[in-house]
Structure formats: C-alpha cells, structure tokens
Design a binder for this molecule. Structure first.
Ligand SMILES: Nc1nc2c(c(=O)[nH]1)N[C@H]1C(S)=C(S)[C@@H](COP(=O)(O)OP(=O)(O)OC[C@H]3O[C@@H](n4cnc5c(=O)[nH]c(N)nc54)[C@H](O)[C@@H]3O)O[C@H]1N2
Ligand SMILES: Nc1nc2c(c(=O)[nH]1)N[C@H]1C(S)=C(S)[C@@H](COP(=O)(O)OP(=O)(O)OC[C@H]3O[C@@H](n4cnc5c(=O)[nH]c(N)nc54)[C@H](O)[C@@H]3O)O[C@H]1N2
Ligand SMILES: [Mo]
Length: 773
C-alpha cells in the first residue's frame, strides 16, 4: 500500500502544516544561546505579524501562573516555581496564549462561504489561523457545509446517537490533555455511566510507556521529583527532550543547576539548543548584556532508540566501579527497599560492552564518562520525554532509568529521582482524575459507590484500538474533547478512513482544525471556552484545577471576556451531552455545573490524595498529591521497588534503511503550526524536510535541499511514502534521520505500535530515502 499525501494542489490533498509553501527555504546552523533576544524578537514578530496585537500576550502573561489567581499557562506541563510569584514566562507560552486570545472569529458566515471540500485543501496553519470558533455547527451533507445548530439540538443529536447504540462500547471518548480536572472527572463519569471504558487520550501517544514502567517498578504512574529536587540535585540526565522549544521554562532550572555547579548530561541524537547555552527566559537584564549561561556539561549523541543501551552501559560501569569503591552502590538502600537486584546485576554483567557500543552508537569511553558523573553525584535526577517513550522498547527503557537510579539510592530523598516531562498542561491530571482505558478495580469500586453507578469492568479502547475499531465499524460514535485526533494519530490515511466510517463525530474545540473536516456521516463542532476566559455559571465565576508534571494541583481562573457569548465551558458541554444521552441518570449534572465546588466535593471522595480538595486547592500554591514512592512506600506486588532485567533489543537495520524519528519544530504546538520556521535548528520557511547525516546524504548523492522521497516499511510489510521532502545535512548519527510531526504521521503504520505500551512508535520508523524522480 503506497499512499501519497504530498500532492497538495487538489481539494482532497493530505495534511500540510505549511504556513506559506511558496516562501524560499533557508538553512543556517544556529549558534546563539537558547531563549534571549531571538525569542523576544520572535514573540514580537508573531504578535504583530499574526495577531496585530503587540501587547495581548505579555498582558495575559501577567495574569498567568500567579499565586492565588490567574490562569494556568496552557503551554506545557512544566511546574511553576514554588517560591512564590515568579514571572517565569517563555516565548512559547506567550505564543500559545496569544493564539487562543486572538480577535479573529470563525462563525456561521465563514462556514456559509466555504464548503468542507474546499477547506480540506487548506493548510493546518490556515485553518487554525481563522480564529476562534463561536457557535455550535452541524455538518449538512446536502450543501457540504457546516450550518448553525442550537446547543439543545446539538445535545439531542449526540444524545440520540448514544441512546440508539446497541452497545455502549460502540462509542469512544477521546481527551487531549488540556481538559481541566473537574471536566475530566465528569467526562469519565459520562462514559462509565453510559457503560464503557473507551477513554483514549493523547497519553496513549505520549507517556503511556512512562506510566506503565513506573507503575511496574515503583507502584506509581508518575515521577517522584518536584522543582525543589531540581534545585538541589548534583547531576541531571536529560534524555529525549527538546527543552528549548517544548518545555522552555526547564531552561531556567538547567541554567540555575549549572550555576550551582551541578553536572548536566544530555542524551539525544540531536544536540538541541537547550543543551548549549541559554538566557533564562525571564531574565531580561541578562538579555540586555548578552551574558549566556552554559547549560550543557556533556552531550551523548546516541542513535535513535539507543538509550536503553546507554543506560545499561552506565549501570555496567557503576557495577564495575563497585568492585573497588564500595560506595558506588547504595547497598543498604538496595537491601531494604528493592527486589530483583541479583538478577539485574547478572543481566548487566552478561551484557558485553561491544553490544552496548553497537546498540548505542557510542564508545565505551563516552559512556564511562557519563557514569563517572553519575557516580560522583550524591543526588541525581533522570528526566525524559518522547525521545524515550515513542519506541517499541519504551517501557524497558524507562524501567532501566529506574534500575540505574535504584543502584545508588536515588529515590525518596531530596534532589533525586525519576522526572518525566509531561506534554499537555493537564495531561497528568487527566489520568489522575479517571481518564484511563485500563482503570483499576479499586478506582471503579469507589466511583461506583460514591456516584451510584455500576461502572463497566472490561478494559476499554486506547487511541490505536479506537481507530481500528472505527475502521471495522465497531465504534460508531467518536467524541473528541479537545485536540486534533485526525492529525495527531498515526497512519493518516487509515485514521481519516476510520473517522469517515463513523455514524457521528463530535469535536469540542476552540479552533478550526483537520478533525472537523475529516468527519463521520453526521458531525458536530461544539465550541468551548479556553483556559484564559471567564467561566460564569449560575453559582458565579468558576475556577478549574490542573496538575502539572510534578503532581502539584492548583486552580486556574480565566479572566478574559469569552470569544463569543455562545461558548460553553467544557463541564457544561459534558453535562449537556450526559443529560441527553442518559435520561434516567441520577447524577446531578446540572447541579454540578452550577458550582464546580460540588464536582470537587465528589472528586474528594473518589480520588486518592484529593481529600479536602476544595480547601487545599485554594491554598496559595495549591497542593501536591501524595506520592507513596517518594516516601519509599511501593504499591508493587512485592511492596518494594522492583528491578527489571530485560535484554537489550537488537537494533540492527536492513542495509540501506535508516531510522526516522518524528518531532516538533520550534514554531508549532503539536498539530498547531505557527510558522514554518524552526529557529534553534536554523530552518526557515520549510516543514517538508528531513534532517540527515552528511555521510548518508553523500552516499545517496544528495546536497542541501535536494528533493527526496521517504518510504516507510511497516511490520506487516506494507509501505507508505511521502514525496519531495527536502534533505538537510545535520549533526545526527549515521543511519538516523528526523522530520516533523504531524506531516510524517502518514508514514507511521497503524499496526506499528509498541507491544509494551501500545504506543505508536512515532520515533522509530524504518525508512528508505531516495532522490525524487
Ligand atoms: N512549544 C511547544 N511545547 C510543547 C509541545 C509543542 O508541540 N510545542 N508539545 C507538548 C507535548 S504534548 C509534549 S508530549 C511535549 C513533547 O516534548 P519533546 O519530547 O521534546 O517533543 P519532540 O519534539 O517530539 O522531541 C523529541 C526530542 O527527542 C529527541 N529524540 C528523538 N528520537 C530520540 C531517541 O531515540 N532517543 C533520544 N534520547 N532522543 C530522541 C529529538 O531529537 C527531540 O529533541 O512537549 C509539550 N510542549
Ligand atoms: N508522528 C508523531 N505524532 C505525534 C507525536 C509525535 O511526536 N510524533 N506526538 C503525539 C503527542 S505527544 C500528542 S500529545 C498528540 C497531540 O494530540 P492532540 O492533543 O489531539 O492535538 P493538539 O494539536 O494539541 O490539539 C489542538 C487543538 O485543540 C483544540 N483546543 C485548544 N485549546 C483547547 C481547549 O482549551 N479546549 C478544547 N476542548 N480544545 C482546545 C483546538 O481546536 C486545536 O486545534 O500528538 C501525537 N502525535
Ligand atoms: Mo504529548
């Protein structure tokens, strides 16, 4: 099967993020500090050029991330400083907020003027750039247009479709990770009262591997560190994250760590801007004097997927060191708090250095240097993001991270522990509050008792399984609570086909996107309030809570006048759907929406760690959810932290094939494309590109910007391809290549998900790259 999505001229062209496909591409390697003036200039250009609004973003930021007030930055899940008000702003947070606060509007006139077929030919940038959705719309097949519908009629359309299903498992309820905790709780309650655990979420593509690994090793799905740990650690190992673009406020922590003398090791096939020098995002004084702080001690440029071998190598060096230096291992910790050490040690000792070198594409000497840093540090943190998780062996790799930490007792004390960097601003809170297609029996029991429902016990469908079920016709109603499912998911052609086979697709959104144009027989767009906007209900002005990457829960209060008087809050939309779908429900949906305190009171009874929720969430900085593993209480079968002892995978590839990783550019937010630039990687006006090692380019007779076709080889033998991508020589290990999501999702076959986490292996595609004909 070869699918060509690159012909963008026709009406049914595939996804194209591009802002302006005709602008001339440029490439010049970037050698300035991350953040600083480049960021300031980019923000200004963005606000004046796109939004004609130079002040909107900064003004909004003044109200963001504040102690006791303001809204939570929807930009990413990096925590706010816990030392009180700390204006830690970043370029991408400003862009993100300004994008939501735009003055542009997409109302009934817009939809009357454009058929869906016409809009399908627009780029992602052009779709979202139309502005905020203002009123509920229904797809009208006769005119191929979206037409207005009232809220009550829209709820009745969804309600009827759900009531008429012969089995509640024929519906699936997707969440993108910015839904607040209260709406999250209502959403899962709706699904479970209806009778299904089909709750796919963006985590299924993101940190599912981290959750499963940490659960198995430590009995918690989350990292154990907070920002204070980051501020007191001696060594930081940063794996598979592009901090300067995707968690810019992490740069502050890195620069401060460096000033303190902490050592930092970056493990990444690319040397990203965040691993060189930075200007702390909020330090304007330093910007003016151009004093940059170095933030990298060491870069280990492993090959794509080579991280497991790197970690194994470091562990091997630590064990070897322990023969001469008894302090290399924390034997007392291992003895008291862990199980499986002997089996693990035997496994590591049996793994030869030659295999580690070959799998990691690094030398024994380089790995020993990193091990030296690890052994010299009293306290170490290992942090990671998608470079670790979106692989077949994501779970084994995260478990190896924990193994390595356990060797030196780097857990349950200040300055030490595992610290995954989560993506969407509330993706972690979504899981905490019940979005889980594999809920535990204990959670369901409490939910059932407190809410008076009989929740289904069978596991539900995750993202990939939902797509497959829609394709087979087994799932007929799809509800997207935020996000852009059509483009975020793997195997674009297959996913489009799956969505089009649905009886009804419902998208609750703030902006127009591809998922509105690739829809079921019936389709609804339900516009909602954004995080920055005032949420007035009968009980007064409401606030919602969110949880950051480090398990801090705090309130977020929108301040801005809503983009349209017709917008509804996410809790209100969920309640409207629930009342229409469940006419005999005893859940007080309306009552909940009047005052979110009432939702929080119920949540306090159902969720561990949310006792006294309404009071504690109003404390100046909110509260931290109790973390048993942090207290060295392990909710594992053995009651201890469990070493794992997996074999290193075989990463050898067929001759002539390369491993392709897909990632974000600097100027995008997942499927939202702000511009076609990737400043820190030196690219302008280009997204259809592939970064390659110069030798791999030379082998193919390629030079900068030569056009190539990329063909991926799926496990089932099928192939997919994109044409006329431009090759860019880049500092990346041989045999590796990199390009951008969401465009390259075309290449990721639906069946190519990890057998360990069920995550699509978006960072590990086997491809050939040939000059275009
Ligand atoms: N501005 C902005 N911020 C964001 C987002 C955004 O799109 N824009 N997205 C948010 C979301 S939902 C998420 S999940 C996070 C994502 O944050 P990241 O994980 O940083 O996202 P990616 O751009 O996919 O980058 C992956 C990084 O992993 C590296 N990498 C690729 N393959 C490998 C590998 O095999 N091993 C190692 N060690 N590294 C590898 C890449 O070089 C890159 O540096 O960011 C969040 N924050
Ligand atoms: N190849 C490849 N694919 C990937 C990845 C990768 O690294 N490589 N990363 C994966 C990851 S980590 C993730 S998280 C997914 C992202 O998947 P999603 O979360 O599904 O996608 P987003 O692009 O974040 O969604 C953007 C849309 O959200 C809507 N929106 C914005 N704010 C709000 C709000 O406040 N409420 C509501 N209801 N809607 C809102 C807007 O309409 C906007 O168009 O993509 C995944 N896909
Ligand atoms: Mo994500």
């Amino acid at each position: 099967m070869a699918i060509d999505f690159t012909n963008r001229s026709g009406a049914d062209s595939g996804p194209s993020g591009a802002k302006d496909a005709t602008a001339v591409p440029k490439f010049r390697p970037y050698d300035h500090p991350a953040a600083g003036w480049g960021a300031a200039r980019s923000v200004t250009e963005f606000m004046i050029g796109q939004e004609h609004e130079p002040l909107l973003g900064p003004l909004a930021i003044m109200r963001m991330n504040h102690e006791n007030g303001g809204f939570d930055c929807p930009g990413c899940a990096w925590p706010d400083s816990i030392k009180g008000i700390h204006l830690d702003i970043c370029e991408n947070g400003i862009k993100h907020v300004t994008w939501e606060m735009t003055h542009k509007r997409v109302g009934a006139e817009f939809f009357a003027a454009h058929t869906v077929t016409e809009l399908a030919g627009w780029s992602e940038h052009d779709l979202e750039n139309q502005g905020r959705l203002t009123e509920p719309m229904r797809y009208d097949a006769d005119s191929d247009r979206y037409v207005p519908i009232t809220w009550s009629q829209a709820f009745e359309v969804v309600g009827r479709a759900l009531r008429e299903l012969d089995d509640p498992d024929r519906a699936s309820f997707y969440t993108s990770g910015r839904l607040g905790n209260e709406a999250t709780f209502l959403y899962q309650l709706l699904a479970r009262e209806l009778g299904t655990n089909n709750l796919p979420d963006c985590s299924n593509m993101c940190h599912e591997a981290s959750g499963r690994a940490l659960q198995a090793s430590l009995g918690t799905g989350k990292g154990t560190c907070d920002l204070e740990d980051w501020e007191s650690t001696d060594a930081l190992f940063i794996m598979g994250v592009n901090a300067a673009s995707n968690a810019p406020r992490m740069l502050t922590a890195l620069a401060e760590a460096n000033r303190r003398g902490a050592r930092i090791v970056h493990i990444n096939p690319l040397i990203e801007a965040g691993s060189r020098r930075t200007i702390i995002p909020h330090e304007f004084a330093r910007m003016a004097t151009f004093r940059a702080t170095p933030i990298g001690t060491m870069n280990l440029q492993t090959r794509i997927g080579g991280d497991f071998a790197v970690l194994r190598g470091i562990a091997k060096a630590v064990l070897e060191e322990s023969h001469t230096d008894p302090k290399a291992l924390d034997r007392e910790f291992i003895e008291r708090h862990t199980t499986g050490f002997d089996v693990y040690r035997a496994k590591v000792e049996a793994t030869p250095w030659t295999q580690i070198e070959q799998q990691s594409a690094l030398s024994e000497a380089q790995i020993r240097k990193a091990a030296r840093i690890y052994c010299d540090a009293d306290r170490s943190i290992i942090s990671w993001c998608l470079g670790i998780t979106q692989h077949e062996h994501g779970v084994d790799t995260v478990r190896e991270i924990v193994n390595l930490l356990l060797l030196r007792g780097n857990l349950g004390r200040e300055g030490a522990g595992p610290s995954p960097v989560r993506g969407h601003s509330n993706v972690q809170g979504n899981r905490t509050c019940g979005i889980d297609h594999r809920p535990t029996a204990a959670f369901l029991d409490r939910l059932g008792t407190v809410c008076g429902i009989d929740p289904p016990r069978a596991y539900g469908l995750d993202t990939v399984a939902t797509i497959e079920a829609m394709h087979r016709g087994d799932v007929q109603v799809f509800v997207g609570m935020g996000g852009n499912f059509a483009l975020a998911a793997p195997d674009t052609a297959y996913t489009f086909d799956a969505l089009r086979r649905c009886e009804l697709t419902v998208q609750v959104s703030t902006k127009l996107n591809r998922s509105h144009l690739v829809h079921g027989r019936q389709a609804l767009i339900l516009p909602c309030l954004g995080r920055t906007e005032r949420d007035e209900q009968r009980g007064g002005l409401q606030q919602t809570s969110v949880e950051d990457s480090m398990a801090m829960v705090h309130l977020s209060k929108g301040m801005k006048k809503p983009a349209s008087h017709q917008l509804r809050s996410e809790p209100a939309i969920i309640a409207g759907i629930a009342e229409a779908a469940l006419p005999h429900s005893r859940t007080p949906w309306d009552h909940y929406v009047e005052d979110y305190d009432r939702i929080r009171d119920t949540m306090a009874e159902v969720l561990d760690g949310f006792e006294d929720f309404n009071r504690r969430v109003r404390l100046p900085l909110g509260f931290r959810i109790r973390q048993p593993a942090r207290e060295l209480v392990f909710l594992t079968p053995s009651g201890k932290a469990e070493f794992s002892a997996a074999d290193l995978p075989d990463l050898t590839t067929e001759p002539g094939t390369l491993t392709l990783t897909t990632m974000r550019s600097h100027d995008q937010w997942n499927t939202t494309i702000y511009s076609d630039n990737d400043r820190y990687r030196g690219v302008q006006n280009l997204r259809t590109l592939v970064f390659m090692n110069e030798h791999d380019m030379r082998d193919r007779g390629l030079e900068l910007f030569d056009e190539v076709d990329i063909t991926s080889f799926a496990r089932d033998g099928s192939t997919r391809s994109v044409q006329r991508y431009k090759a860019i020589p880049y500092d990346i290990p041989r045999g590796c290549a990199a390009g951008y999501m969401p465009e390259l999702n075309v290449l990721c076959a639906i069946g190519d998900y990890s057998t360990q986490s069920d995550q699509p292996i978006m960072k590990n595609l086997k491809v050939t790259i040939e000059r275009s004909q």
